[in-house]
Design a protein around this ligand. Structure first.
Ligand code: MSP
Length: 516
């Protein structure tokens, strides 16, 4: 495809100490919907995901598992790669931070920072949390009920004293505030930008960016006794994938700065403060947006290994269907908010929104056409107000949904699509094409044509969310593969009357509890 519109979306890279769970799947699925939407909308897209393999957390987990960190990373990175496949993610690259291309990119960014006087040698003494891979100031710590000092996240902290290189983060306080002021959509949701701004306003300290007390990291150029701080290493992955340090490549020019870094709220500060500061200091452009989504609890409880309630996304997709899981995760909560995952809620969405509303609409229309129009796209006669209202709503959806997707309001995009699903079901009830089959065959043809066109739009627009279900729907409308992008939205590419359609089959089954 030739296009000058490009779009770069990234998921966080996942720590290899953990097995993939629903939280990882959530971030990646949101990126996937965005990537698919933009591709269908004519953009050249790059969607990056991968694994974060260095640092003390991974080193300790590898030790606990009795394997060397590289072998440990190889094994666990593969699990995330499998997750991408199982979820049908359309990522264009899968990066591992132990790859040579990434080591080269990190060492280059370090050199650039060093050359520009942004890094100096000192020594760090202070608190560090291995679980969060973060430094905490004394004042940020909280005292747990057991009297121990903890990170504000509840993670254990340890006292660290070692030679370390520092990044002059304090010098970037004002430039960051200026950047936020100039780009009010840099962080979404808006409330999260306010949190970031007040943190930055409260004062930034220089940041320790190298460690000497363990080895599992990228060696600092010209001083290999130090390994780079894992967040400097990890964040740089977004540049590595587009070819950095070579900034002349086609990919780099097309995709940097990134359009959206999708992250969970827990890692927003790293992305909205450290990352743009590192980039500005290295004389590179900061990303256009960081979106921080909320967290899921499971049946009302925090997800944790000790509670044995960790949800495996692959199992979930096997149980309910992949598109059902994708739909549920993006529809159930306003994207950005926290929410609760429950069996009851996913069954409710699957059987209500999907089977009853969407699936049933398609089924009714397709089987009426099969029965009454000899299985061919009917020929419409003159359109009345009700017909124009429904078709107009379907044609107008793209512009509205696009505006929602541009601010990552996935729930609103779906809600809008479902407004037309419900309007179409209401239209079927009122027009009663089964009665027209006996009383007014030409009018029946018009009604079924309007409905077929409407479900074609509902199929096209829901593709980023439910690629499988919508694929089946568009197959049943005999929509050719090259007419499934958003360029085919609107009256210009309407279904051709007389086109033969395949025998209808259901597109979304109801979820029925298996009997034990
Ligand atoms: N390695 C870092 C990211 C580096 S990016 C340069 C990291 N990895 S992680 O594996 O711990 O987390 C990845 C993502 O999973 C985060 O965006 C986090 O918010 C998300 N989630 C983890 N648990 C979650 C829930 N219970 N609910 C929703 N998302 C959650 O952080």
């Amino acid at each position: 495809m030739t296009t000058d519109k490009s779009f770069y979306v990234t998921s966080p890279i996942y720590y290899v100490n953990d097995a993939p769970h629903i939280g990882h799947a959530y971030t990646s699925l949101a990126c996937d919907v965005l990537a698919r939407f933009k591709r269908l909308d004519g953009y050249r897209v790059r969607f990056l995901t991968g694994t974060d393999e260095h640092g003390q957390k991974v080193e300790k987990s590898a030790q606990a598992a009795g394997v060397d960190p590289q072998a440990f990373s190889d094994r666990n990175s593969a699990k995330f790669r499998n997750l991408s496949q199982a979820l049908g993610l359309s990522n264009d690259d899968f990066i591992r931070t132990t790859e040579p291309r990434h080591i080269a990119a990190c060492q280059e960014i370090w050199r650039r920072l060093k050359e520009r006087g942004q890094i100096y040698l000192g020594s760090y003494s202070g608190w560090y949390s291995v679980r969060d891979e973060a430094y905490y100031a004394e004042g940020e710590l909280v005292t747990a009920p057991d009297g121990e000092k903890r990170a504000p996240t509840g993670a254990d902290v340890e006292w660290v004293e070692e030679p370390s290189y520092f990044f002059k983060l304090s010098a970037w306080q004002q430039p960051l505030l200026d950047y936020y002021a100039k780009h009010p959509d840099f962080v979404l949701p808006q409330a999260r930008l306010n949190e970031v701004m007040s943190f930055v306003k409260s004062g930034l300290q220089d940041l320790s960016v190298s460690r000497t007390s363990f080895r599992w990291g990228i060696p600092v150029p010209e001083d290999p006794a130090h390994v780079m701080y894992v967040w400097l290493d990890a964040l740089t992955n977004y540049l590595t994938s587009v070819g950095f340090p070579d900034t002349k490549t086609d990919d780099y020019r097309a995709f940097w700065p990134a359009d959206v870094h999708m992250v969970g709220k827990d890692i927003l500060r790293f992305h909205a403060i450290l990352w743009p500061a590192f980039l500005m200091a290295a004389d590179l452009e900061p990303p256009k947006r960081v979106f921080a989504h909320g967290w899921w609890t499971i049946e009302g409880q925090k997800m944790s290994k000790s509670l044995r309630n960790v949800v495996d996304p692959i199992e979930l997709a096997k149980k309910y269907g992949l598109d059902q899981v994708r739909y549920f995760l993006l529809r159930e909560l306003p994207f950005g908010n926290d929410g609760d995952f429950s069996h009851k809620a996913i069954v409710h969405r699957t059987n209500g929104d999907l089977a009853n509303d969407y699936g049933n609409l398609a089924q009714r229309v397709l089987s009426l056409i099969a029965r009454n129009c000899a299985g061919r796209v009917p020929t419409p006669g003159p359109l009345d107000d009700a017909d124009n209202a429904l078709l107009g709503a379907a044609h107008g959806l793209l512009a509205e949904v696009r505006a929602d997707i541009d601010v990552q309001a996935f729930h609103e995009a779906l809600d809008r699509i479902w407004t037309v699903v419900r309007a179409a079901n209401g239209y079927v009830d009122r027009q009663a094409p089964w009665a027209l089959a006996k009383s007014d065959v030409p009018r029946m043809g018009t009604v079924l044509y309007v409905l077929a066109e409407t479900i074609r739009h509902l199929g096209l627009l829901a593709q980023p969310f439910m690629p499988g279900v919508t694929g089946k729907l568009l197959d049943q409308l005999a929509v050719p593969a090259d007419q499934r992008t958003f360029a085919s939205i609107g009256p210009g590419s309407a279904l051709t009357p007389g086109t033969e359609l395949p025998k209808p089959t259901g597109i979304v089954p109801r979820y029925v509890e298996a009997t034990p």
